[in-house]
Design a protein around this ligand. Structure first.
Ligand code: NAP
Length: 310
């Protein structure tokens, strides 16, 4: 049986793995499939991670991964579809019908891209609708594109795409942006970014052969674009926890800085938990905190077991 099962291999999971493995506890990282260290790998440019003035998200993720591998962190690929708590431990169910038993769990599955849920979005995903400007931006070199959203991701995407594309429409549903004012200042200095507010996308137009050709907005406005980059935030990957762990209204795991949740031995780390700031550095700190909490929990559990056997 494992001491600590870490579910998810983004910055929070990697950090928890390093802490768990270094204490000598039997620790395993379960990841769906490895293609870069979580959401981080989608950021073209990270300039706010302490000690590393400038790096791409993918490179920073590879540094985390290499560090973990050098310390002997164990990884297993598998899609977690559910879990249950017995009196003694947790049982993690994987999609391939296997089970993993562990005394404690650090849940660090992050969050996935929120969708607009408008006509055309699903049908044209991969044919012009994208959730990752740094992954797909180069396909739309010298074209007109739209970015939807008003947070840091949307602002960063608009700036990134303005260096590749002919024109970028930044479309946001409110007049004020929640992203950093410094990024907004840079956007205002770009002659090929047009801000359109307040505006809500209502339909994405296109077909299989041509891909995206236009986006319809509220107030009957239509813009001819070749791609729509949707950057309207993230939603936590917690559906499997409903009824097992307390979640907030948006589905985030209710947990404090120690990662402690409503269930004994189940700790949450990173973007998946309720918190003020979802940043790489806060995810890394969460991973460390949750692993330390898990270590304490396992130590107490082992002590109780020793006492009951005497
Ligand atoms: P976010 O901050 O939650 O912003 C989402 C944006 O999408 C908001 O402006 C929101 O509008 C809009 N939106 C949500 N649902 C919508 C809908 N159905 N239709 C139209 N618009 C919708 O998400 P994020 O930008 O992905 O950032 C997530 C976290 O990562 C944040 O804490 C952010 O600071 C952080 N981040 C940091 C960096 C960095 O430091 N380099 C880079 C990227 C992200 P309203 O404003 O009206 O709610």
């Amino acid at each position: 049986m494992l001491d600590i099962a870490i579910i998810g291999s983004g910055p929070a999971g990697m950090s928890a793995a390093i802490y768990g493995t270094r204490t000598g506890l039997n620790t395993l990282v379960i990841e769906q499939i490895y293609h870069g260290t979580g959401q981080l790998s989608e950021s073209s440019h990270i300039a706010n991670y302490l000690g590393i003035p400038e790096i791409s998200g993918y490179e920073l993720g590879e540094k985390f991964r290499t560090h973990a591998a050098q310390l002997g962190v164990k990884f297993q690929e598998g899609k977690v579809i559910g879990m249950e708590q017995t009196k003694e431990h947790w049982i993690i169910h994987l999609k391939n019908d296997t089970q993993i038993e562990s005394k404690a769990i650090v849940f660090a599955t992050g969050a996935s891209h929120r969708h607009l849920n408008i006509p055309g979005e699903e049908e044209l995903t991969g044919k012009g609708v994208s959730y990752c400007a740094t992954c797909d931006g180069a396909f739309y070199k010298d074209k007109d594109v739209a970015v939807i959203g008003g947070g840091n991701t949307a602002l960063g995407d608009a700036l990134y795409l303005s260096n590749l594309c002919h024109k970028v429409y930044l479309i946001h549903r409110r007049d004020s942006f929640r992203g950093n004012p410094e990024s907004l200042t840079k956007i205002h200095q770009k002659s090929n970014i047009e801000i359109i507010t307040p505006a809500q996308p209502t339909e994405i137009i296109g077909d299989d052969a041509s891909g995206v050709t236009a986006i319809k907005l509220s107030a009957d406005r239509t813009l001819a674009v070749s791609s729509v980059f949707v950057a309207v935030g993230m939603q936590p990957s917690t559906t499997m926890l409903e009824g097992i762990i307390s979640l907030d209204k948006a589905g985030y795991i209710i947990a404090d800085e120690s990662g402690t949740t409503s269930a004994a031995g189940f700790f949450a780390a990173g973007d998946v938990r309720t918190k003020q700031n979802r940043q790489i550095v806060t995810a890394v700190a969460d991973g460390a905190n949750a692993a330390i909490s898990a270590e304490k929990y396992v130590a107490q559990k082992n002590k109780n077991l020793d006492c009951s056997q005497k």
